[in-house]
Design a binder for this molecule. Structure first.
Ligand code: NAD
Length: 361
């Protein structure tokens, strides 16, 4: 299959195939849109079964970043890179320096960061070859761990969903089930607990579950049943594709609002959730706290107040989505996609056609 007629190709501005025989680097950098600013998005390292799967992932993820950045109100477009290889055995300093040189060759059109399989120390190596990298621990504007910001944004999103669906201010006395107590899930539990919510939790790691029971008075349930808990809100914070034809009819909650990426197994699951009268907070909107924090690093002068204001605004963005979805009788995920595309289209109108990245004042 070619690139232009690929099912995941969505008018991407540029797709770069990188190959360096000396270091063994094979990577694809997909720039979906720079209408709102330089394309920002992480780099994933994965042992793809074939080149087409790698291309498909890069194309889908970069479009996802355009939508995520647009809805977070950031001056960033969407891009993503994939390195084809096993993150456990194929990493080397030369490989990441080679990747850094490819990123640099785009002159700032794409800004890279960590994603699955890539650590902060890998990106520190990349930063030796290019300034167009974020998510670092060192440097004047280093933004550090994004997870607490993702958790805070998710907490704000849960409050928005509770307000819209249950007409309540805050989560005091509500039952919230959290699936996955990792970097984000743990911080989310902390926020929910201090706001007075009763927690139901599950994780494949029993130690962290016992810790949550002790620390937050949480009720532990099995990983198989947590999604189907009889609670006010379910917050998926572990895996993707948990919302599908099989799981949706079994849900007992009326609100799904969590941080996990790609919660819908397929786009039509958004409509299925609506048909079951379940309010869904679109994942890439509610989990944008982390990229907002990274955006402050990209700006070059990390400003905590700016970050907090943007993370707080996730509440308002979700209320807009919920209200428009009600008005247009559409799924919240479909409406979010529409709103993101509208923002990108509006920005494209102010871009000089021959120099797409140059914004007219
Ligand atoms: P993490 O790896 O730190 O945590 C994931 C947790 O889920 C782990 O504790 C793991 O044991 C648990 N888990 C795995 N399988 C499970 C199962 N079947 N049932 C219950 N628990 C299970 O990851 P994270 O950084 O906390 O991210 C969580 C989710 O949020 C991911 O989908 C990630 O893509 C998304 N996300 C994270 C950020 C961020 O800032 N870290 C930003 C945006 C989106």
């Amino acid at each position: 299959m070619g690139v232009y007629n690929h099912e995941a190709f969505a008018d991407h501005e540029q797709v770069v195939f990188c190959h360096d025989e000396k270091t063994g680097l094979k990577a694809i950098i997909a720039v979906h849109s720079t209408a709102l600013g330089p394309a920002a998005g992480g780099c994933r390292m994965w042992a793809y079964s074939d080149d087409d799967s790698a291309l498909c992932d890069a194309l889908r993820l970069s479009k996802g970043m355009s939508y995520k950045n647009a809805m977070a109100g950031l001056s960033l477009g969407g891009g993503k890179a994939v390195i084809i290889g096993d993150a456990k055995s194929d990493k080397s300093e030369d490989l990441f320096r080679s990747y850094g040189r490819f990123v640099d060759s785009l002159g700032g059109k794409y800004i890279t960061a960590e994603d699955v399989g890539i650590s902060v120390s890998d990106m520190e190596v990349v930063s030796q070859e290019t300034p167009h990298v974020a998510g670092l621990n060192s440097g004047l504007a280093a933004s550090g761990d994004p997870s607490p910001f993702t958790a805070r944004g998710t907490f704000n999103g849960i409050r928005a969903a509770v307000k819209h669906r249950l007409g309540k201010e805050g989560v005091q006395g509500l039952k919230v089930a959290v699936q996955g107590l990792g970097h984000v899930g743990w911080h989310l539990c902390k926020e929910l607990h201090s706001a007075g919510a009763n927690l139901v939790v599950a994780d494949i790691n029993d130690e962290v579950v016992q810790h949550a029971v002790k620390e937050f008075g949480a009720t532990a349930v099995s990983c198989e049943s947590v999604l189907f808990s009889d609670v006010d809100v379910v917050a998926p914070c572990a895996l993707g594709a948990v919302l599908n034809e099989k799981s949706i009819p079994k849900l007992k909650t009326s609100i799904i609002a969590g941080a996990a990426n790609n919660q819908l197994s397929q786009a039509s699951d958004g409509a299925l959730l609506r048909a079951h009268n379940i309010l869904y907070a679109p994942d890439y909107v509610i989990n944008a706290g982390g990229i907002i924090n990274v955006a402050a690093e990209i700006e070059g002068n990390y400003d905590r107040t700016w970050v907090n204001t943007k993370v707080a605004a996730i509440y308002d963005v979700l209320i807009d989505i919920f209200e428009r979805a009600d008005k247009e009788q559409g799924s919240t995920s479909g409406i979010a996609d529409l709103m993101a595309q509208e923002k990108i289209n509006a920005a494209e109108k102010t871009v000089v056609p021959s120099k797409k990245n140059q914004i007219v004042a």
